[in-house]
Design a protein around this ligand. Structure first.
Ligand SMILES: *Cc1c(COP(=O)(O)O)cnc(C)c1O
Length: 370
């Protein structure tokens, strides 16, 4: 293969376009350094770290203008831990789960726990979406807001049925896509995507009905491991605490990002920014005969994860490897999808100007590949 050199003036300022972990803004690290001797390396049971947790919980509540009675929970373990916590602490008997990619299928697996009835799985092929639908005997409806593995997103509506809860995996949507949380009972996420923090934490905005459910199940005779107890998460979060030791640096990164979002216009700001970046790419795809959107139906195309199918004449692996040599990283497709594809994270931190530079660089490389 001939060596391809991309001219420096074509390159983006920041080459991180991953879908998680994703771009961390330099300011977040500057803020972390400002806390180097006052917060980092100090006890999470004392005021400085509790203040961080407090500011994050309040910042998230502001960002989403959460309805009265909703609370922001924060605990250790990431979204993957939350799946199991929900199986123990939120599903009464039977869940319905929309499965349209890797992440949503993992929750369906957690919801198949032996103390529950087998979930009602509504499955759609990767690149498409599955929708929830009211059904008898379902007490919790679960979907992903944005399926990060495929770049498909859905609009969020409550499934009205017999006091059932609506629960949304918003790991890659939160902090990037506008939503009205009154349509949800549980809106949960990890902070390593739009929030540019590190993995290992989960947050959840929960409704009064969800809190009631959690408390009722916790008071029943169901065995719930301490680490996965949502009741513990409620009790600790109300005190700006976590059951066990949190990653304080991750809390700091998260607090900086939530503050940045709120100072710049909140959810409308991030929503407009991710739309601008993703719309640019979808239009660019439409103008390139060798590229097509993996998500066929326009209304389901994600504004935070853009998946680009490549014509067989273009070697996607060669494209990503040339880009990687130039510092443009993590636009490989989701590993298990196994397609000739690019996947671009257009999260809130990504500068839309850099997205247009990225498109120029991809075109430049494709036109020069053997
Ligand atoms: C990244 C991601 C997860 C996994 O998050 P972890 O913090 O690694 O557990 C779950 N769901 C969605 C939609 C994601 O994008």
């Amino acid at each position: 293969m001939t060596e391809i050199r991309i001219p420096a003036d074509l390159l983006p300022q920041d080459g991180r376009f991953g879908s998680g972990p994703s771009l961390v803004r330099t300011q977040q690290l500057d803020d972390l350094m400002d806390r180097a001797t006052t917060v980092i390396g100090t006890s999470h049971r004392q005021q400085p770290v509790k203040q961080l947790v407090h500011d994050i919980r309040e910042g998230i509540a502001d960002l989403y203008r959460v309805p009265d009675g909703y609370e922001v929970l924060l605990a250790n373990g990431g979204a993957s831990a939350f799946w199991d916590a929900a199986a123990f602490g939120l599903i009464e008997k039977r869940a319905q789960t929309a499965v349209f990619g890797e992440f949503s299928s993992k929750f369906a697996h957690s919801a198949s726990a032996p103390w529950l009835e087998a979930p009602d799985v509504r499955e759609a092929a990767a690149g498409s979406v599955a929708r929830l639908e009211a059904a008898e005997g379902i007490d919790l409806y679960a979907t992903a807001h944005n399926e990060t593995s495929t770049g498909a997103m859905v609009s969020i509506e409550r499934v009205q049925h017999d006091g059932a809860l609506t629960m949304v995996d918003a790991t890659s949507a939160a902090g990037g896509i506008a939503v009205d949380l009154s349509a949800t009972d549980v809106y949960y996420f990890s902070p390593q995507k739009n929030f540019g923090s590190d993995g290992g934490l989960w947050l959840a905005v929960v409704s009064p009905a969800a809190i009631e459910r959690i408390e009722r199940i916790a008071a029943s005779d169901r065995f719930i491991p301490e680490f996965l107890s949502l009741k513990h998460a409620i009790d600790n979060s109300r005190k700006d605490q976590t059951l066990n030791t949190p990653a304080v640096a991750s809390l700091s990164l998260l607090e900086s990002q939530v503050r940045w979002m709120n100072e710049n216009g909140g959810l409308e700001f991030v929503d407009a920014r991710t739309r601008q970046s993703s719309n640019f790419l979808y239009e660019w795809i439409a103008h390139n005969p060798w590229a097509s959107a993996f998500v066929a139906e326009e209304q389901y195309r994600s504004q935070v994860v853009v998946t680009i199918d490549l014509d067989e004449s273009v070697n996607g692996k060669a494209v990503t490897s040339v880009l990687r040599e130039h510092g443009i990283v993590d636009i490989e497709p989701y590993r298990k999808l196994g397609r000739n594809q690019l996947r671009v994270g257009t999260f809130a931190s990504v500068d839309p100007v850099d997205v247009s530079s990225l498109a120029d660089c991809i075109t430049y490389v494709v036109e020069r590949l053997d």
